[in-house]
Design a binder for this molecule. Structure first.
Ligand code: F3S
Length: 294
């Protein structure tokens, strides 16, 4: 059995930067260190960071005394940064520079009285932070259907959540243009996401099944799996090597491995090693392993 790993797989620049900044905090700062929400959507990484002493809080009011709060790569609304400072907390802002650029873009448009449309998931923290930088004056649409329900604007600026698919952004922009608006499009889709999506699709076309590695709550991992499924082959989403069922690969010769931007390299390596172990297994051993797992 041949295991092929997508050319771009695992930690993106912004996630690696955030994890490195968090670890540096533990050495450089006195007092407790917190992250506002899980630093990344990967339980294995956040579990390791918690073990090293980084506490996850969901609200700044959960902190009573002094300490350092790390802002994750998704970023936050400006009010959150202000509140942290008012509470006397030290702030380490690990907002990904690409997300920061979206925040700055919407802020600038609102300053010029240009209405803003954000293409993305309104429930996602990155989008909520972006809307905060627009002073709450941004409309969020998930897709072209929702774009069709927008008011007609003479002029409008459009940005995208960094993990959006290009075809979704294009479809939304077309609907808004068709309504007669003059549209300023800022393509804020992160190239790391697009590269992982493209590489995963190319991989899926060359293999008989794909394992997509990443956190269960990771939006970009879910999108990678969705894209791989368009190749018409089985796609399995897992977080760790322990979830692999050897029966998935019975009779297959080529398996692909793709990984979301929040998956660390050590999990990719662990999965590949596990797959190589299966290569030597006889059919009965695979069946036994499956029974043991139940
Ligand atoms: Fe940043 Fe792109 Fe990663 S926006 S957090 S480098 S997916």
């Amino acid at each position: 059995m041949e295991v092929k790993v997508a050319a771009k797989a695992g930690f993106c620049f912004g996630v690696k930067r955030a994890v490195d900044m968090a670890r540096k905090c533990l050495h450089d700062r006195d007092g407790p260190v917190y992250t506002l929400g899980p630093l990344i959507h990967n339980d294995q990484v956040t579990g390791a960071l918690a073990w090293e002493g980084i506490n996850i809080i969901n609200d700044l009011d959960d902190i009573d005394g002094p300490g350092t709060v790390i802002i994750r790569s998704h970023g936050v609304a400006p009010e959150v940064l202000q509140k942290a400072q008012e509470k006397g907390l030290q702030v380490v802002d690990a907002t990904c520079p690409f997300v920061r650029k979206v925040q700055q873009t919407v802020h600038d448009m609102v300053q010029q009285n240009i209405p803003v449309v954000v293409v993305g998931d309104p429930e996602h923290p990155e989008v909520q932070g972006i809307v905060g930088w627009a002073g709450g004056r941004a409309r969020v649409v998930r897709d072209a259907a929702q774009a069709g329900e927008l008011d007609q604007y003479p002029v409008v600026g459009v940005v995208a959540q960094t993990t959006q698919r290009q075809d979704n952004l294009d479809a939304v922009v077309n609907v808004i243009k068709d309504s007669g608006s003059r549209v300023y499009v800022y393509n804020t889709i992160c190239s790391a996401t697009a590269e992982r999506q493209q590489e995963a699709l190319e991989l899926a076309r060359q293999v008989e099944a794909v394992l997509v590695l990443g956190g269960k709550n990771s939006a970009n991992t879910a999108k990678l799996a969705q894209i791989c499924r368009t190749a018409g082959i089985p796609v399995y989403r897992i977080e760790t090597a322990g979830e692999i069922d050897p029966a998935w690969f019975k009779g297959l010769k080529t398996i692909g491995v793709a990984a979301g931007a929040s998956t660390p390299g050590w999990i990719i390596e662990e999965v590949c090693s596990r797959m190589m172990e299966f290569e030597d297994m006889k059919e009965e051993e695979v069946m036994e392993e499956k029974v043991d797992d139940v």
